[in-house]
Each structure stands twice: as C-alpha cells, then as structure tokens.
Design a protein around this ligand. Structure first.
Ligand code: DX5
Ligand code: ZN
Length: 219
C-alpha cells in the first residue's frame, strides 16, 4: 500500500507569516503543500496569485499542489505553472472543454487534477479519468477553510476507487474540506490517497503528531 499523502493547506496559515507556515509544514513531515487559489467569482473568497507560489517555491522542495478555484482556469493556467506548481487541479464546473485543458496541462509536464464540488457527480468525470493524475473530491463547498465535512461526498471516493480498480487506472484520490484526525479515517477507508488539511493542521499544537496519526490510519 502506498504511503498516505498529507497536504496542509496554506489557506489556514497566518498570511502575515508565510515563512513560519512553510517551516511548520516542512517540519511536520507532510509531503505536499496545498495552495488554494480563489478568485472571488467561482467561489466567494479571494486568496493569492502566482507571485505567492513563486516566492514560496524559492524556499521549499515540497510538492506544490495548486488547487485553482477560479472561473477562468484556461486564462490563468500558464502563470501558475510558471510559478512552480507541481500539480494543477482545476474545477470541472468551470470549463466546457475539460479534455482540451487536461491535454494542455499535461503537455507542460506538470501533473493534472480535476476537482468536483459536492453537487457534481462522479459520472461527469468518467471520460476523463484515464487522463488524470489526481481527482480532488471536495468534501465541503469550496471557498473557506474550517467548514464541516459533508459525509455523503465520501460515497464519491468509494465510487472513484472502485472504478479505478476496475479499469486498472492509477490516479490519486484527494479529499479536501473538513478533514481532521477523526474525519480522515472514513475518508481513507473510502479510498483517499491524499488528505488536504487546513484548519486542523494549523490549529494543531503538535503538527508532526497529527501528520503521523493521520498517516497511520492507512495501514
Ligand atoms: C476550501 C479549500 C480547502 C481548505 C480546506 O475551499 O479548497 O483546501 O483549505 O480547509 P479545511 O481543512 O479547514 O476544511
Ligand atoms: Zn483546496
């Protein structure tokens, strides 16, 4: 069994002290850094642009997992790739020609993911699954950290894991929203490979212990 990946979301960090946040993530032994880009249109909140990613890139070797919650990923994509993202995940709900966008991202050499919000079914993704490195299942409605898990979204994780096995595919399944030391258990049991954690990670006093505990949930 592959090691579970923990992806702390910088969204819940102190934006006035990103260096400290980066150090805390690196010391925790989490493997990925989750970067929530929000545009104030697709989601009500607004976060940061590519310069933040570029500046963090200069200080970190973590895997940069960029989650684009923007209405126009086609237009913004190149800047986020150039900034140093290792993976770009866009929302299926924001594009008509998702197939074309996946091909465009793959051609740049970065990993490609697609995310679906709680109201979007897995069925909408089926044609694209063989092309993807990552499927990010939103387990809250995107826009804010600190919301409670919508447990029914884990059925989509179960469905994706079954389809992956049946078709012999190898995309990772990521869960994002409301994850903590308790809720990660059912998500991992459902088939999640990547656990994004924002508020739970940054509010944890002992971050390495939290990471170790959640990693140990996949045996
Ligand atoms: C929400 C973002 C999440 C967010 C998760 O729209 O996509 O990545 O940071 O935060 P928590 O873990 O606090 O739910
Ligand atoms: Zn996210």
């Amino acid at each position: 069994m592959k090691e579970l990946i923990i992806a702390p979301s910088i969204l819940s960090a102190d934006f006035a002290d990103m260096s400290a946040a980066l150090s805390a993530i690196q010391q925790s032994r989490a493997q990925w850094l989750h970067l929530d880009v929000m545009d104030g249109h697709f989601v009500p909140n607004l976060t940061f642009g590519p310069k933040m990613i570029k500046d963090l890139r200069g200080r970190s070797d973590l895997f940069f997992d960029t989650h684009l919650m923007v209405g126009n990923p086609e237009g913004l994509l190149d800047e986020y790739i150039t900034a140093g993202s290792d993976a770009i995940t866009f929302h299926l709900e924001t594009v008509v020609h998702a197939h074309r966008l996946v091909e465009r991202i793959k051609a740049t050499g970065v990993k490609v993911g697609i995310s679906i919000v709680p109201s979007t079914p897995v069925a909408a993704l089926l044609e694209l699954l063989p092309m993807l490195d990552l499927v990010l299942v939103m387990t809250v409605n995107p826009g804010y950290g600190g919301q409670g898990l919508i447990a029914s979204c884990l059925n989509k994780v179960i469905d994706l894991a079954a389809r992956r096995q049946a078709a012999n595919l190898d995309f990772l399944i990521s869960v994002d929203g409301g994850m903590n030391g308790q809720t990660a258990g059912p998500a991992i049991q459902a088939g999640a490979d990547v656990v994004v954690m924002g508020s739970a990670f940054f509010s944890a006093i002992d971050k390495p212990a939290l990471v170790q505990t959640v990693k140990a949930l996949r045996t």
